[in-house]
Design a protein around this ligand. Structure first.
Ligand code: SF4
Length: 383
């Protein structure tokens, strides 16, 4: 019996999933997918088998949204008053997150990226990192722990996060101007973000990445300044094309600054050269004046990269999503909480991971007239 995916709604009822049992063969086959794509044919199943979708993509990256709450109110993400927050009772516990992550790692996931809302608002964040960093993959290799944050609590938490096993950091900063920051985030907290970036720059975590959403007539006059700021902090600047993921559903393509426009603006200051070998990474990269510094652009709208996507997402309330823009979710919360036995829980979660992957579309269809923006806002999906 397979899991029944549901189109997004609030907390549907679900029938449980049953995973296959071909563990040894599946595990043995894991290395055959090093390229990120699997040869055509039936994907192996059962705990330990790689997570391959019907387009041959092998999934290695699980993004875990730890909370939908945030200390900022970015205009392109959520309304001033915030959203209808997820019920606290529906938020995954530390043990539940660890359990899902262990099964995902057994199935070939090698990177966990912690997101939100704002992940540093989670009171047990250091323990989350510690538990996940202790997980190893099928061949005993440690998983990688990355985080995307607005940086506000980093000075206080970074030493503990690094000691617990954090490997990589991405910090969001859309502007260096205080007035503009206040306008964009509806909070006067630029200094706190800058202190967070300074703390990260002073740490050993590398590569350090800074993310900015490029917006027309908002911050598109700061692109060069942001790159120079990143270089001064030994970080890589990455610009993101604004995507239709705002809670207010007000996205307007004409307000989006395209990859071509971003590169044209930067080419007035530097000589840009493409960096080959992107793999499944969201950002395409260009060296600046021959290196060593480079800049990245995540052009989901004008230059989609879905063909090599290896990402899955887990929301804070236990929904698996096979794409940032998915309108279908796979609910693992009932599996975790309806009292079934351990083996049934593990098989159920593994089965749901597989159903989620099998249901993955070839791409996001943003440029297609049939495109439907997900009901869930970015703060509740996670980057
Ligand atoms: S839009 Fe979806 S399929 Fe495409 S790269 Fe992003 S998550 Fe992957």
């Amino acid at each position: 019996m397979t899991a029944i995916p549901v189109t997004i709604g609030r907390r549907p009822l679900l029938s449980p999933a049953a995973g296959g049992a071909a563990v040894p063969a599946a595990r043995a086959g894991m290395d055959a997918f090093a390229s990120g794509h699997a040869p055509a044919g039936d994907a192996p199943t059962g705990i330990g088998a790689p997570l391959i979708d019907t387009h041959g993509r092998v999934h290695r990256d699980l993004r875990i949204s730890l909370t939908d709450r945030c200390s900022l109110r970015c205009t392109y993400c959520m309304p001033e008053q915030g959203n209808e927050w997820l019920a606290r009772t529906s938020i995954l516990t530390l043990d539940e997150i660890e359990r899902i992550a262990r099964l995902a790692a057994a199935d070939g996931i090698t990177t966990f990226r912690l997101t939100g809302g704002e992940p540093l608002l989670r009171t047990d964040i250091v323990e989350v990192v510690r538990r996940l960093a202790a997980i190893t993959g099928p061949a005993g290799a440690p998983v990688e722990i990355a985080m995307t944050t607005n940086g506000i609590r980093l000075p206080e938490l970074l030493p503990g996060l690094i000691e617990a096993g954090l490997n990589r950091l991405n910090i969001s900063i859309d502007t260096l101007r205080r007035d503009r920051f206040h306008e964009l985030t509806r909070r006067d907290r630029l200094d706190d973000v800058l202190e967070g970036i300074a703390a990260a720059a002073a740490s050993a975590l590398r590569p350090l990445k800074l993310n900015a959403v490029a917006m027309r007539d908002v911050n598109d006059d700061e692109l060069v300044d942001l790159v120079e700021f990143a270089i001064a902090h030994d970080a890589q600047m990455r610009f993101i094309e604004q995507m239709p993921l705002d809670a207010g559903h007000t996205w307007d393509r004409s307000r989006m600054v395209t990859q071509d426009e971003i590169l044209a603006a930067l080419a007035e200051r530097w000589t840009l050269a493409p960096v080959p070998g992107r793999g499944g990474a969201p950002a395409a990269r260009w060296t600046l004046d021959g290196g060593p510094h480079s800049v990245g652009v995540i052009a989901s709208v004008t230059a989609p990269f879905c063909g090599d996507c290896d990402r899955l997402r887990l929301t804070a309330d236990g929904q698996l999503r096979n794409c940032l823009f998915s309108t279908t979710e796979y609910d693992v919360l009932p599996i975790l909480r309806d009292g079934r036995g351990d083996e049934a829980v593990d098989a159920g979660i593994d089965g749901m991971l597989r159903s989620c992957v099998r249901g993955k579309l070839p791409g996001h269809a943003i440029n297609d007239p049939s495109f439907l923006q997900p009901a869930r806002g970015m703060n509740a999906i996670g980057g």
